[in-house]
Design a protein around this ligand. Sequence first.
Ligand SMILES: O=C(O)CCC(=O)C(=O)O
Length: 252
Amino acid sequence: MPHTVVAERERDALLGQGFLAVPSLFTAAEVAEVAAELDRLFESFPALPATSVLDLGATDGDFGADVPEILYPSVLSPALRRSAVFRRSRALARQVLGPGTWFRFDHSIRKPPGCGFETVWHQDRVHKRSGLAERRLNVWVPMGGVGARDGCMRYVPRSHLGGVLAHEEVPGRRGALRTVGVDESAAVDCPLPVGGAAMHLFETVHSAHPNLGEGTRTAWILQFTRPRAVVPAASLAHQGIHRWRTRSWRSR
Ligand SMILES: O=C(O)CCC(=O)C(=O)O
């Protein structure tokens, strides 16, 4: 595993701006291996355990038809955890956040062709209930090339420096909390070719475009944490609970 995954100046840019897009972290074959696992899981979406699935679309939409999301796909499909994409993402997170950085969580969000739902502006930290000090990094890996038309990520530069901002519920959208008053004119789109990844910190204000393109947009999102404690008890407990809840599905 490479010790240095991105150049030091890229690391500095990520820490300074709160996000970074890297066009070539993985080979197309490495991404294809992950895409095949995620496709297999999305094909089984209606049969997945209830604790493993969400839909980020309309509250009155058909569940799973708008913006299906799978929680902890790497628990449902352990091959993902062994993939080169996982291993290099973890090495990258350790390079950025430092030694003692652990895998926290993964999920996958799919936007079918013509999906008109943006992922609303938010800070990931707003979803963390405990106020424990820790740093987190998300590595967002698209399964194909993406631009603004087909659902790439977008970020507000330096928005990680202003603390946790006010968020509001979004009428008609499932589970969405939106940052209040985002200045979209300051936002930066991060289009990526296949093999690229976009990264952001826990406090960075971000969103993803709707997918108005012809292809399906699927992203695998890996989150890493550097907790203050040597052993990240909360991360391990969270993963353990999810393993327990999905045990019957995995043993089929
Ligand atoms: O893939 C998306 O639509 C949004 C991803 C996201 O919000 C995240 O990685 O934190």
